[in-house]
Ligand binder design. Sequence first.
Ligand code: 5RP
Length: 262
Amino acid sequence: MTAELSPIDKAKYAAARRSVDFVENGMKLGLGTGSTAAWMVRCLAEKVKAEGISVTCVATSKRTADLARDLGLTVVGMDDVKWLDLTIDGADEFDPNLNLIKGGGAALLQEKIVATASDRMIVIADAAKEVAQLGAFPLPVEVIPFGWQTTKALIEETLYSLDVLNREVTLRTHRGKPLKTDESHYILDLNLRRIGNPRQLALVLNQIPGVVENGLFIDICDVVVIGNGDGRVTVRDINSGRIEDGTVNLADSGNIFADLGD
Ligand code: 5RP
């Protein structure tokens, strides 16, 4: 390994490493997007090589597809498989019911399609992503560029009838221009501070013309794997109510960098 990982990267690595224990030979897998998901893709590639198993992957972004292919994983389109056994992805926030805010990496649309079309969704996160109530992280909403300012105004107006603490909506930019998603849409970030009723908000937002999808994942996630900087991991299953504590050997993260020639 070339450099010592930061505590947050160790936590992300720990969660990612533990999550690939759920992967079995022959599975069709959804691969998430973001820094934690990138760790998972590296751990998965290592597992596939070490155990000689075969998996078929659908990526939730071009970034993830490129990484997975570079590491030798088989990546196909969503329509090639139509349904998946398991999706493993990161999140920006998760609450006690495992409802999520996602889309910090602007991939929420493909992420929601892939997670919804999976028998099981596992979220991997560092402990800081756990919240009592969603909303401190700005909620990403993917919109069509045509008339986006009208869509923004409609969202702002709609927020007045909803249980949120703040109503600031901003267009996400990159190098001074509107950030474009893989589908060439825009992202509006809703700084709400607290979302009183995430289910209602998710439904109402998707009724607004111009909105493609929102970053609230309600009743989609089954399991969360929470990593800590010292290698401790907790696996929480919302369906069975089971909670399991364990430890990941952080020294193994060095192998991944070595394998990549990093
Ligand atoms: C991308 C996402 C990511 O999963 C989320 O932003 C978490 O990212 P990271 O693992 O880098 O903290 O939703 O659209």
